[in-house]
Design a protein. Sequence first.
Lengths: 217, 217
Amino acid sequence: MAKTRKSIKEQAHAHRGQIPKGARKEEIIRAAAKLFSQKSYHDVTMDDIAEKVGVAKGTIYLYFDSKENLYLEIMEETYEEIESILERETAKSDPAPLKLKKVLGLIFKFYLQNLDVLRILSRDETHLIREHYEFTEHWRLRRIKLYEKILEKGINEGSFRPFKTELTALIIFGLVRSVMFYYKSEKSAESIAEEVFSMISEGILAPGYEKAEAARM
Amino acid sequence: MAKTRKSIKEQAHAHRGQIPKGARKEEIIRAAAKLFSQKSYHDVTMDDIAEKVGVAKGTIYLYFDSKENLYLEIMEETYEEIESILERETAKSDPAPLKLKKVLGLIFKFYLQNLDVLRILSRDETHLIREHYEFTEHWRLRRIKLYEKILEKGINEGSFRPFKTELTALIIFGLVRSVMFYYKSEKSAESIAEEVFSMISEGILAPGYEKAEAARM
DNA sequence: CGTGTTGTACTGACTAGTCAGTCATTCGAT
DNA sequence: ATCGAATGACTGACTAGTCAGTACAACACG
């Protein structure tokens, strides 16, 4: 169709100068991440994102195949980053309790620095799209495996008592998420990690009130 | 517009007879709950729900003002039920540890019986609609308050060591959610509660490996 | 130097499809 | 015959994705 698409405005404003190199893509990711963290996937339109970046909608499609793809790329980027930080830490040969504490610290620190994206990543929107579901599941499983490794190491070392690492890893995973999201505090990542670690390691029971007593309830 | 809406089919099938009284509404809620638990809010259409119930879409609007409203009513119903069960339990004068264990048991039991709706309720779709956000926040806060009460009681009784109840309640909240969702097990609600309670109360550290050691890490 | 050509980043009006909600009509029980 | 319950075709608003066209820079050539 050879229709002229010129509008009333007739080339209203001059083009903004081109942005460096791959900066556009990064710009779009940042803006989209912010929006996705504020509203749900479906409530963020491609027009919203375009407006926030200050480009036309078509531009976004020069860098991403689809909305789903953009969403997935945001998650992937962040995921890779935190996971590599964590795996670098666990590769060290610290004793298990210290290792766990450090990992918690790194997670809380990363979270504090990446509130927006983490909020998306941890969202339980397991039904959005198939890829998203698979992605978050993969991520969850990998994190839980990481915890399990540390726990197993601790049990072997004798620093942790013997328990089912599967359930315990799940517990740690869930509790970390909850603290990340809902714990309002001015404290540093390290001191939050410290507090959380202390609860995980010692439990809630008073030393006087011992297992024997609790067991026959 | 006084246009005739008759289609080619021309009254294809006979109407199903009317259903008892308020049974229709309950039917719709159940069908919708099932669908919402399988797909996200936006991916479930009113046509889907109508089809699943076996009525026309218009019928749903005889019982609910809007899709949002239907969604909210599902949540409200379930929420009221579990919360009243929990509050009946906490009103008893059991010692705190037993009380906590019982509450965990009831939550897991209720969850096992109401997988569909709980999956919706605990979903972190905090941005769907304003009412939904307020609703889930209200629910979370109330549950956390419930944990806090039990924890405070335990500290006063001397059965729990003194810790920050706010953070600990948040931890329990998160860990329960995680276990509910992801713990694949054939065990009964009681025995899951037992396992979880044991982790919460005793922690992960081996008795030999004591605080002193952990503290100077 | 001016003029033409090419490459590319970008634009935004438009298309095609979706879906919540409506309402004129029909059903069926009394 | 009457009337409330139920129907489902239709509407209107919305949005992901498209693509013909624009702007501009860089280089080429006479």
